[in-house]
Design a protein around this ligand. Structure first.
Ligand code: GTP
Ligand code: MG
Length: 371
């Protein structure tokens, strides 16, 4: 599976592709520029052209960026990260808005101008914070999971009491189960005259979501986003679930996080909304995410304020990337720019190689880099 296109090999050596093809021809093989050759052949060609070849395994480049397996230093409690999911029009956005505004200190309600894909709500009862992720639709959730990004601790499943369990409700249930994330059911639109919360519970049972009143363990809360009914109770249930999960982190280490969304802003350049998961992200940090790198120029909170740092479970807008990373990319702080360049150039190569390999009908990723 270790292979490289002739074009890419030539690029890395700063040689012309025709010269590579000529070398191959001398060895009796006819090739086009888009052809893929194996790593041993590539090494031979490179050496014959006078280059030194250094094969680098992915594990070497990525080494030490994340040590998710070592959580022995995670001893601080962190706030839960909650994703709201459910069928179209069942009131996800309304519920999130209501929760956010319930939390906003009086008079500041109109003050939230910035929409960032994630924000924190402080429970008025407990004073504890909860991080909500606004953006991921079901597809984004799956994509992030497929890329190994685990951002959600709890799923709030919104089901409209007047509509009941619908296809995307089932989809959300399946996603949450596959990710092993506990579900809290918010039976919404309870204010409607045709609301039938009991029917929702019965329908959920058919999809193996057994609420407490039916002898199960899934918590359900009847809410109305419109009338702001039971929002405090919902927050309380989330806090309770978080306590059970016993979420830990370490804010003292270099930051690790996940890109929730990213864009190229005309005025501000690349802007990424990042959920910090471990460690503390600071202005001036050198960061990598996917194939992009940068130096943190500014951090902007969910309240639209400039901050100097962001700790675990805190969502922030990050300015300073050279280009916008992709949603689901994992962010890491590295010790210097050389390291950042090594990681991102390797990843960029890998990305190109994968694209090239799939174009030439070959599968598999490339595991070496030559210089
Ligand atoms: P998508 O993002 O399109 O999937 O929809 P959503 O789940 O975010 O639903 P949204 O919050 O946009 O609400 C859909 C409609 O339901 C809007 O017209 C809301 O005003 C209405 N709605 C939401 N919550 C309630 C509620 O508690 N009671 C009533 N009566 N209407 C509600
Ligand atoms: Mg919505």
């Amino acid at each position: 599976p270790e292979a490289i296109t002739i074009q890419e090999l030539a690029n890395r050596m700063s040689e012309r592709a025709v010269d590579v093809i000529r070398m191959l021809m001398k060895q009796g093989a006819m090739h086009k520029i888009t052809d893929v050759i194996d790593a041993d052949t590539a090494q031979l060609i490179a050496e014959e052209l006078g280059h030194t070849v250094k094969r680098v395994a992915a594990s070497d480049v990525e080494e030490g960026l994340f040590d998710a397996t070592d959580d022995s230093t995670d001893t601080e409690t962190r706030s839960p990260v909650v994703t709201v999911m459910g069928h179209v029009d069942h009131g996800k956005t309304s519920l999130l808005d209501a929760l956010r505004h319930a939390n906003v200190v009086s008079g500041e309600a109109g003050g939230i101008t910035q929409h960032i894909g994630a924000y924190q709500v402080t429970s008025p009862e407990t004073g504890k914070k909860i991080t909500f992720i606004d953006t991921p639709g079901h597809a984004a959730f799956t994509a992030m999971r497929a890329r190994g990004a685990k951002v959600t601790d709890i799923v709030v499943l919104v089901v409209a009491a007047d509509d009941g369990v619908m296809p995307q409700t089932v989809e959300a249930i399946n996603h949450a189960k596959a990710a092993g994330v506990p579900i809290i059911v918010a039976i919404n639109k309870i204010d409607k005259p045709d609301a039938k919360p009991e029917r929702v519970r019965t329908e959920l049972l058919q999809h193996e979501v057994q609420v407490e009143s039916f002898g199960g363990e899934v918590v359900d809360v009847e809410v109305s986003a419109k009338n702001k009914t039971n929002l405090d109770k919902l927050l309380e249930m989330i806090a309770l679930q978080a306590e059970i999960l016993d979420l830990k982190t370490n804010s003292e280490r270099p930051a690790e996080g996940t890109v929730i969304e990213a864009k190229l802003d005309r005025g501000r350049g690349p802007v990424a909304t990042v959920l910090v998961q471990r460690g503390t992200l600071r202005v001036g940090d050198i960061i990598v995410a996917g194939a992009e790198m940068g130096r943190v120029r500014a951090l902007i909170s969910d309240q639209g304020e400039t901050v100097q740092e962001a700790g675990p479970s805190v969502p922030v807008e990050v300015l300073g990337f050279n280009g916008p990373p992709e949603a689901g990319d994992r962010l890491a702080v590295v010790e210097n720019e050389a390291r950042a360049r090594q990681v991102t150039s390797y990843r960029a190569h890998q990305k190109r190689e994968n694209a090239a390999a799939s174009i030439s009908g070959m599968r598999g990723s490339l595991e070496q880099m030559m210089s």
